[in-house]
Ligand binder design. Structure first.
Ligand code: SF4
Length: 354
């Protein structure tokens, strides 16, 4: 919800504003700045979006703020046989995204979206098939977490956040960074920065921007999928950054001691799963601190590509591990409800929220 004050100098997305921005908004509304801190706590720490329930805010402020229209609400929820849950998140226009809750032991990881659609259009991905519709606002990004916490019966288990849902987060860097501030703020959702992962398809400019914003403390994952430039261009057609350029950006990134980058590699039958592909990957990554997650393509209705045989997957992994790289085969999660990697879908089919 964007709000413009009388002097028109402050247009603020109330749900996506940092605490400092809400304090400045209160000043513009003739209120003491600490009211901004109180509002921030209600929205994010307590997850209360209804002004009537914000008992320590004065009546005249209620009137000045008007109704706080929720930035999102939950639509359809699907449950996988493996315990994964997929939540449709309905937004304030006629669009929707999806967020996924993945149980791992006694913890929950939430995969969140950063855009409606995606301009990167990876060859194996359902989310980018129809291109980009729009960026999510910071408030809409944060709302996915707030809604999941309100929905889930054990919200305290929700400790890990990965930006691996719909969209390329580093094509929406400003709003993703603002959302990160709220997600990790002690008076916001208070998540540990170490438990938040930004996953990019390899936007070099965005990786450099993250480094400059001193965000070395959040985890960074890169979906590479090929070390050979021609194969990479085929699989990730919306990005011009080459594997060499991406590796160079990782080299200059201020990675904290004892931490590693995660490299995501979706194996596709006959496309990027040969011995030669594995050897090129070794050459590209062996001078970097990385761990490699090997996934197999998740089939869906928008692609003719197929996953390789288990034999080929194991042969690929062996080449990497024989050369001293950490390469882990990741289990497919939530594929029966189209919630696995590359299967999410943003839509524009629901009615507006109000
Ligand atoms: S895999 Fe990620 S970057 Fe690629 S099209 Fe899908 S959402 Fe976009």
């Amino acid at each position: 919800m964007a709000m413009t004050t009388e002097n028109e100098k402050h247009t603020v997305d109330v749900f996506g504003a940092t605490e400092e921005e809400l304090c400045a908004l209160m000043g513009a509304l003739g209120q003491p700045p600490f009211r901004g801190r109180q509002l921030f706590e209600w929205l994010h720490k307590k997850g209360v979006w209804d002004l009537e329930r914000m008992t320590n805010l004065p009546r005249d402020l209620h009137q000045k703020l008007g109704a706080l229209n929720p930035p999102a609400r939950i639509g359809t929820v699907l449950r996988s046989a493996d315990g994964t849950r997929k939540l449709e998140v309905l937004l304030g226009d006629d669009t929707a995204v999806e967020t996924v809750l993945i149980p791992e032991g006694d913890k929950l990881t939430q995969c969140i979206s950063s855009q409606v659609g995606c301009a990167v259009r990876c060859a194996f991905c359902r989310s980018g098939h129809d291109g980009l519709r729009r960026n999510l606002t910071a408030g809409e990004i944060v709302a996915q977490v707030t809604l999941a916490r309100a929905y889930h019966e054990a919200p305290e288990k929700l400790r890990n956040i990965v930006f691996m849902g719909i969209g390329e987060p580093l094509h929406n860097t400003k709003n993703v960074l603002a959302a990160l501030d709220i997600l990790t703020h002690p008076r916001g959702l208070n998540l540990s920065k170490r438990r938040v992962t930004i996953s990019t398809a390899g936007v070099v400019r965005g990786i450099d921007a993250l480094a400059e914003a001193a965000r070395g403390d959040v985890a960074l994952a890169v979906s590479l999928h090929a070390a050979d430039p021609a194969t990479r261009a085929r699989l990730v057609p919306g990005l011009k950054d080459t594997p060499e350029e991406i590796a160079a950006a990782l080299k200059r990134y201020p990675l904290p001691q004892r931490r590693r980058f995660t490299i995501e590699y979706v194996l596709i039958d006959g496309v990027n799963d040969s011995e030669q592909d594995a050897r090129l990957l070794v050459r590209l990554l062996s001078h970097l601190r990385v761990k490699i997650n090997l996934l197999t393509l998740n089939p869906h209705d928008k692609t003719d590509l197929a996953p390789p045989s288990q034999e080929r997957v194991l042969a690929f992994q062996k080449i990497l591990t024989d050369k001293g790289l950490t390469a882990i085969l990741r289990r497919r999660r939530g594929a029966d409800i189209n919630a696995a990697c590359g299967q999410l879908l943003g839509t524009g089919r629901h009615k507006p929220l109000r």
